[in-house]
Design a protein around this ligand. Structure first.
Ligand code: SF4
Length: 223
């Protein structure tokens, strides 16, 4: 299958990914609205598509409930991945306030490590990243590749051209489940201790790590 990925529809980009990488490709999600749209499209293109969710131990109950809500509604297979280190072990080693004193290390332990472990068994990773989510994502391409520890890994971003409004329109039109916290002023939802309602209506990630010089957890530096 030969297609021009930068201009392909999201469904065609997904179809290319599943055909090219077979069972060595999976979606990651934290159940934001873009991830819900991505899983909806993937379930149509490849029923039973493999999805993974990193349970950091700090998620809102509303987020954790999305695991079952999504699997009840969509034909995807969600695998819940936990960090190698438990919250108790982390507290013993680094203190119980690591997310405050060193959030980069906390994200490295609770998000990056389990994601890297998951990617060790994959050749390609599908994300719901969009260019309109902020400056750090403005130049994303549909397909990105990186050499990681001697092998090439691909990252497929089929939703890069979608806007926030288009995402929500799709969610509503198709009656898809979404995290109820979005109706309470949280446009972007991560771990509970590091997520507040947005402070800037033009920046959906402005409630993440509020007051800190941090806007990304480091996951997307892996590829
Ligand atoms: S978002 Fe906060 S609580 Fe979650 S892993 Fe990162 S620093 Fe820790």
């Amino acid at each position: 299958m030969r297609i021009e990925l930068e201009t392909a529809t999201s469904r065609d980009a997904l179809a290319w990914g599943f055909e090219t990488f077979g069972d060595r490709i999976a979606l990651s999600t934290a159940f934001g609205p873009s991830g819900v749209v991505l899983m909806h499209l993937a379930s149509q293109v490849c029923p039973g598509a493999k999805v993974f969710f990193i349970d950091t131990g700090f998620h809102f109950p509303e987020t954790l409930r999305m695991v079952d809500r999504i699997q009840d509604r969509l034909n995807v297979c969600v695998e819940v991945i936990e960090p190698s280190i438990s919250l108790g072990e982390q507290a013993s080693l680094y203190g119980s306030d690591l997310n405050i004193v060193d959030p980069d290390r906390c994200c490295a332990l609770r998000k990056v490590e389990p994601t890297r472990r998951m990617l060790d068994g994959l050749d390609a990773w599908i994300t719901a990243l969009r260019r309109d989510q902020g400056p750090s994502r403005a130049h994303l391409r549909v397909l990105e590749t990186k050499e990681v520890e001697g092998r090439f890994l691909a990252k497929l971003n089929p939703l890069v051209r979608w806007t926030k409004a288009e995402i929500w329109q799709h969610v509503v039109e198709h009656g898809l489940p979404y995290n109820p916290l979005h109706d309470a002023g949280y446009p972007s939802i991560g771990c509970q201790p590091c997520t507040n309602p947005a402070t800037d209506p033009n920046d959906e990630r402005s409630g993440r790590w509020a007051g800190k010089k941090k806007s990304e957890c480091g996951l997307h530096t892996l590829i």
